[in-house]
Write a protein that binds this ligand. Structure first.
Ligand code: NAP
Length: 277
């Protein structure tokens, strides 16, 4: 079965739209976009479209490529102090002269709807986070939607980034899966993936995972977004593996829409739990 992230995301958005419809004051997401990176511009447009679709307010703050780190942080502090703003997101990547960690950590934890600041990331590991990062949260929606019980399953996560692989491995462990977190230095990766029930790939290498890595897995989730010859493809060679596994997500239309839907969910949560301090 091809798992449609688009359809699952639509269900999440419909649910949020219903919740927001009757509200006088709507949840508000503020996004900071630095520079003119075409991929970033397109991701931000997708987030804006989704916000407006469910009835959230969307504030876009564009800054020039040569903006200073201090100016970005000042804008974040302004948003932190603005009680009308529920969620703050800084679109990554940032230009090299800006310290990403410093910028993300200047977002107050209860508006950090991307779940990436040090406070929320750390608390995820003691199961007390406010916001789960959007892509891992979106991936967990897939298991929920297809009714896949992770208990005791062998899950291989390929890629250990702070954005995807690392928080995801923590979440999967919480759901009682046995997780193998792999990376570029992992030896005999194909042996590990072949004996897994579930394989989740987040490496940023077009069609890297092919038929040599998979053999009748229950679920394969492709997180990768790569642009090849003007087209988007994943980290999995979809055509070569789709008949070798039971369930698989496509790219596009798989994890991407769920990442955005999870951002909306986190923003709604921030709105509901607003802390006025
Ligand atoms: P990242 O920060 O570059 O991390 C890539 C990870 O993959 C690293 O841990 C790296 O290992 C590992 N890796 C690279 N090549 C490998 C290989 N051949 N075998 C095993 N592991 C390998 O990337 P990211 O931010 O996690 O993003 C990964 C991909 O997901 C990208 O294509 C990105 O665009 C996409 N993405 C999609 C969404 C979405 O919503 N669909 C969201 C976020 C990211 P080392 O640690 O050893 O270097």
């Amino acid at each position: 079965m091809i798992i449609s992230g688009k359809i699952i995301a639509q269900k999440i958005k419909d649910d949020l739209k219903m919740k927001v419809e009757s509200l006088v004051k709507k949840p508000t997401l503020a996004v900071i976009l630095v520079g003119e990176n075409p991929a970033s511009i397109s991701y931000v447009k997708g987030k804006e479209k989704a916000c407006l679709e469910v009835g959230f307010n969307f504030i876009l703050n564009k800054m020039n490529e040569d903006v200073t780190e201090t100016e970005v942080i000042q804008k974040i502090i302004e948003f932190n102090n603005n009680n009308d703003i529920d969620g703050i997101l800084v679109q990554l990547p940032l230009p090299k002269h800006i310290n990403v960690r410093k910028v993300i950590d200047s977002i107050v934890y209860y508006k950090d709807v991307d779940g990436l600041n040090s406070y929320n990331a750390g608390r995820l590991f003691i199961d007390e986070t406010k916001f789960i990062p959007c892509t891992p949260l979106g991936i967990m929606e897939i298991f929920k939607d297809i009714n896949y019980d992770l208990t005791g399953k062998n899950v291989t996560v390929i890629g250990r980034s702070n954005l995807v692989g690392l928080p995801l491995s923590r979440l999967l462990t919480k759901y009682d899966a046995t997780v193998t977190l792999t990376h570029s230095k992992t030896k005999n990766l194909a042996e590990i993936t072949k004996r897994s029930d579930v394989v989740i790939v987040a490496i940023g290498d077009p069609r890297f995972i092919n038929e040599n890595y998979l053999d009748n897995q229950d679920v394969v989730i492709d997180v990768g977004i790569n642009r090849v010859d003007g087209k988007i493809c994943g980290d999995v060679d979809f055509e070569k593996v789709k008949d070798k596994v039971k369930n698989i997500t496509p790219v596009p239309g798989g994890v991407g829409p769920l990442t955005i839907a999870s951002l909306l969910k986190n923003t709604y949560q921030a709105f509901k739990e607003k802390i006025n301090d």
